[in-house]
Design a protein around this ligand. Structure first.
Ligand SMILES: [Zn+2]
Ligand SMILES: [Zn+2]
Length: 101
C-alpha cells in the first residue's frame, strides 16, 4: 500500500492503521477504507519516495502517479471523492520543507 500524497510505501502502526514514513499517520477509518478500496495492494515496506514539491496524487494500490478522482490509474482503480476529501481535510502531510500539503 502506498501513500496517496507522496507515493512512499506505507508501514503499519500499532493500531493496525497505515503510516507514511514521511510523517503522516492515517486514521483507523481511512486505513480500513484503503484496504477495502485496494484489496490487491502489495504488502507495505516503508520505502520513502523523495518529494519534489509538486502537488499530485499517487495510487495507493500500485504507487503510480494519478490524477486523483479524474480518471482511474493504469491498475483500474480511482480514488473516491470521499477519500480525496478525507486526505485534504483530515490528513495533512509534511512537505519536507517545514510546511504541509
Ligand atoms: Zn506520504
Ligand atoms: Zn494503480
Amino acid at each position: 500500500m502506498f501513500c496517496p500524497k507522496c507515493g512512499s510505501s506505507l508501514t503499519i502502526g500499532a493500531r493496525g492503521n497505515f503510516e507514511c514514513p514521511s510523517g503522516l499517520e492515517f486514521s483507523v477509518n481511512f486505513s480500513r477504507e484503503l484496504r477495502e478500496h485496494y484489496p490487491h495492494a502489495e504488502p507495505t515496506g516503508g520505502v520513502v519516495r523523495q518529494m519534489d514539491g509538486a502537488r499530485r496524487w499517487f495510487c495507493s494500490g500500485c504507487g503510480d502517479e494519478t490524477t486523483g478522482t479524474d480518471g482511474p490509474c493504469d491498475c483500474g482503480i480511482r480514488m473516491t471523492p470521499v477519500m480525496v476529501h478525507s486526505l485534504i481535510e483530515l490528513h495533512p502531510h509534511p512537505n519536507g520543507r517545514g510546511g504541509w500539503f
